[in-house]
Design a protein. Structure first.
Length: 101
């Protein structure tokens, strides 16, 4: 839900891998024998004209970047590195625009 909201509000680019789309809300109910059962109860929908159900609907990133197991072992996060590069580009282009004005 977070990346979908981030995108809908125009807060920036979504960078990384597609989300899983596992967003349904569940409730827990006690049974007479003391055990519990969880059942789906609340759906989550996009704020688009079709009110798209987000269950099984993963959010695709604007920029696909996947961290490999080797990256994790090396303590490297390519997703954050890419996000910082994109922000630096954005800052550079805004600074350039300000100089033109």
């Amino acid at each position: 839900m977070f990346p979908a909201g981030f995108r809908a509000l125009g807060l920036g680019k979504v960078i990384g891998t597609p989300t899983t789309g596992a967003v349904i809300g569940t409730g827990s109910y006690s049974l007479i024998d003391g055990s519990t059962v969880r059942t789906p109860g609340v759906g989550v929908f996009l704020a688009d004209k079709n009110r798209t159900n987000m269950e099984n609907y993963g959010v695709k990133p604007d920029i696909f970047v996947e961290n490999s197991p080797e990256d994790n072992l090396a303590g490297r996060d390519r997703q954050i590195e890419t996000a910082v590069q994109e922000l630096l580009k954005e800052i550079g282009s805004k600074a350039q625009q300000a100089r033109k004005e």
